[in-house]
Design a binder for this molecule. Structure first.
Ligand code: SAM
Length: 290
């Protein structure tokens, strides 16, 4: 069959974007990936299996969505911009296992959407998403009641460096500590600006977080652990004790007994702590100040 009777997803997307005079929005981070070769390589790296259920955030013109629907069992895509509806309808024509829901992924009820789409079966996230929501969406996905088995996404190179950082590194931050609790991170490949339409001003990395079967630490109160991580990194040059006082409204004597119970020096700074030490502080905090 020629490309005229069976055009590629890339060609369909390019034609539909022209036909509907779609204007890409900078504020929605609309830097599209249209090249099937490039997307094919990214999906090879993501190692999707025919039995996988995939949640995509921000399908854009839908070329990646279409190629994922060819490789995986089902694809559910959340797109904020309704203006992409006619483009996505044309590009995804005939792909009955791909469904687009027009919603803000940050406000979406992921549990309801994924259980409806995948019948409660495990799912993975694969996406080239807008960079302005990278940290928030990662925290939402990995902290969800029914978290994905893995999260494979495009991020700015600087974000990848932060996510890959270790305790003691300059970039070690609350985001890295929270993600390290969810799973192991790896950079699959670096992607230059020229791969995108329009090209962004930054280099990107396609990264994967694989969820641990057994988390590295098990704090008694997981919600408190999340609050503690954010508090520990809130003001980087302050000691952990000052950050704890500010975040939890406890007095100096209490904080010192928490640190002592956790086996830590009174002058320690939050960003110096490993996950195990943070967990010890969390458990001491819930016992002393609960
Ligand atoms: N995945 C497509 C691709 O690779 O060509 C599009 C990528 S583009 C970087 C990001 C997409 O996310 C855009 O289509 C944009 O409209 C959409 N988007 C932006 N904010 C969103 C949000 N809060 N929820 C869902 N989609 C969003």
């Amino acid at each position: 069959m020629s490309e005229y009777t069976n055009p590629s997803a890339e060609l369909r997307a390019r034609v539909a974007l022209e036909k509907y005079r779609f204007h890409k929005s900078h504020s929605l981070g609309q830097n599209f990936l249209l090249s099937e070769d490039m997307i094919g390589r990214l999906l090879d790296a993501a190692a999707l299996k025919p039995t996988d259920n995939v949640l995509e955030i921000g399908p854009g013109a839908g070329v990646m969505t279409c190629l994922m629907a060819r490789r995986a069992a089902r694809v559910l895509a959340l797109e904020l911009d309704r203006g992409l509806e006619p483009v996505l309808t044309e590009v995804l024509q005939g792909r009955d296992n791909a469904r687009v829901v027009f919603q803000d992924a940050m406000k979406a009820d992921l549990k309801a959407l994924t259980s409806e789409a995948f019948g409660g079966a495990p799912y993975r996230v694969v996406a080239n998403l807008p960079y302005y929501i990278t940290a928030d969406i990662l925290l939402k996905l990995t902290g969800a009641e029914c978290p994905p088995e893995s999260v494979t996404i495009m991020v700015q190179k600087e974000a990848a460096e932060r996510i890959m950082s270790e305790p003691g590194d300059k970039q070690w931050c609350a985001l890295a500590a929270e993600l390290r609790w969810y799973g192991e991170a790896e950079v699959l490949t670096e992607v230059g600006p020229e791969a995108f339409d329009p090209p962004p001003h930054v280099t990107s990395c396609f990264i994967r977080l694989n969820r641990y079967q057994e988390p590295p630490v098990r704090p008694a109160d997981p919600k408190l652990y999340r609050r503690l991580i954010r508090a520990a990194f809130a003001m980087r040059r302050k000691t952990l004790s000052n950050n704890l006082k500010a975040a939890f409204g406890v007095d100096q004597a209490r904080v010192l007994s928490v640190l002592e119970a956790a086996g830590l020096d009174a002058k320690v700074r939050g960003e110096q702590l490993t996950l195990t030490e943070l967990c010890r502080v969390c458990d001491a905090l819930s016992e002393n100040c609960g």
